[in-house]
Design a protein around this ligand. Structure first.
Ligand code: ZN
Length: 345
């Protein structure tokens, strides 16, 4: 059997081509893919050939945020039925290593994360018409939502995990730096967790324009209004919790200035080396916590999307068919217009 796929051969060399695939084995499900979102890491693979130590060294089918319809069940699969819409969890921890055994599968030594070029051979992803995956990775989605919404379960899970690193958010004053898809879904997750106020910063009005519908109480363009964050530095800082989704040095510097003593900065955005003010970290006894990926939060994300307790629709800005995948990637690279760009299959 054959399927069309979007496969990245090298930097700026994305090809829509036909590959053979085998039917579902025991425990597997064959999916007719429906919708898939382009993530920042997909975009880095496309624009730069990778990021940091993670480089595209062989052709890789991109995509790790997607939904599909169950088409056929392998032997022994129960709980799923043909025609059902599912969100696919791209995380495949080994279940046996020292971290899996102590309940930290995020840190699995043998993680096979779909659509990731971290390991060799690369783990192929989901930008394809037909996909065979273990049934355990398929989470049924409510009938009232679209495949496009279901494809947002993965990035929402990332943000739910980030919010979980901050402790109880109820009644808290929150700042989110960066209003891309992850920043905006973090806003929604923080709002759902009971934050009293959520200020969002970005360098672009187009990105910020989507923030109020996701739950932001105030937006600040720090490119055109550099001083707007200054009042939040009064009395050693105002924010209880800051989610840095920008990984930009100036945003981090202002975060350390605007966080209150003993506040928590959750690091969601990632980049290489950045200089930070150690004096503020020490003197204000700031907690600076990293957050990567998710585990149990994937099921929670599917539930919140299925019930529209979190409505992800405002972040979806563009949709392209698979045959126009190159155009989709080019559009995703234009932050002045694009937020979450999706491909349909
Ligand atoms: Zn493991």
């Amino acid at each position: 059997m054959q399927t069309r796929v979007a496969r990245l051969h090298a930097r700026r060399d994305l090809r829509v081509e036909t590959l053979d695939y085998a039917g579902p084995g025991p425990g597997d499900v064959l999916l007719a893919m429906a919708s898939g979102g382009i993530c920042g890491s997909d975009l880095h693979y496309y624009q730069d050939g990778g990021f940091g130590p993670v480089q595209v060294r062989e052709p890789i089918i991109a995509g790790h945020e997607a939904s599909g319809y169950v088409e056929a069940l392998g032997e022994g699969v129960s709980g799923l039925a043909p025609g059902q819409l599912v969100a696919i969890n791209p995380s495949q921890p080994c279940g046996e290593c020292q971290y899996c055994r102590i309940g930290q599968p995020i840190h699995c030594l043998h993680m096979r994360f779909m659509g990731s070029a971290m390991r060799l051979p690369h783990e192929n992803g989901m930008f394809r018409q037909k996909l065979v995956v273990p049934a355990i990775q398929c989470h049924p989605v409510g009938t009232g939502v679209t495949p496009a919404e279901a494809a947002c379960a993965e990035p929402l899970a990332v943000c739910l995990h980030a919010v979980a690193q901050a402790g109880d958010l109820s009644g808290k004053a929150v700042l989110v730096t960066g209003a891309g898809p992850i920043g905006l879904l973090t806003v929604a997750a923080a709002r759902h967790a009971g934050a009293a106020s959520i200020v969002v910063t970005d360098l672009m009005d187009a990105a910020l324009s989507r923030a109020p519908s996701m739950g932001a109480t105030q937006t600040i363009n720090v490119a055109s209004n550099q001083d707007a964050l200054l009042p939040f530095q009064d009395n050693k800082g105002s924010f209880d919790v800051i989610f840095d989704c920008s990984a930009a040095a100036p945003a981090l510097r202002s975060a350390f200035a605007a966080i209150r003593p003993r506040g928590t900065i959750v690091q969601v955005g990632v980049t290489g080396d950045v200089t930070i003010p150690l004096n503020a970290l020490v003197a204000k006894e700031i907690v600076w916590r990293g957050s990567q990926r998710f585990h149990s939060e994937f099921a929670q994300a599917v539930d919140l999307i299925s019930t529209r307790q979190i409505d992800v629709r405002p972040i979806i800005s563009h949709t392209f068919p698979l045959e126009r995948a190159v155009e989709a990637f080019e559009q995703a690279g234009d932050r002045s217009a694009a937020c979450k760009v999706q491909i349909t299959f």
